[in-house]
Design a protein around this ligand. Sequence first.
Ligand code: AMP
Ligand code: ZN
Length: 141
Amino acid sequence: MTSCIFCQIIERAVPSAKIYEDEHVYAFMDIMPTTEGHVLLIPKKHIENIYDFSEEDAANFFKAAPKIANALKAEFRPAGLNLLQNNGAPAGQSVFHYHMHFIPRYDETDGFQLSTWETKHTTYTPEKIQELADKIRSVLA
Ligand code: AMP
Ligand code: ZN
């Protein structure tokens, strides 16, 4: 049997509170939710992180995202919704089967914060930002 906990959930070897599935994706409640309605959306194929998606895998995955978002909006009427997705342990990934967190937001006291996003506008001048854009564009070309 696979050692991946999310593959085990898809195979029903491990229980989950499923909210949606189709041929390509499975969505279920996070077992350690941060806010009311915290959901995970995963591809049925074992894909470790964003780098491993084919274009087709990505299209199949992301077309389900608005459906999940709109279901959460309809049910919980949150003030906002954060989509969060971690790639690699240093970025906070703890389960190495790609997943997107859907975190409904209610107010500043709802327990989820992105307040440590330090902006470095003195380091990243407009010239430096343009230089970085040129580098990335050259990889994409
Ligand atoms: P991340 O840190 O982005 O890799 O998030 C992994 C998430 O998976 C965490 O929020 C966990 O609470 C959640 N999680 C881990 N195991 C399970 C499980 N068996 N059922 C539901 N959620 C899980
Ligand atoms: Zn897996």
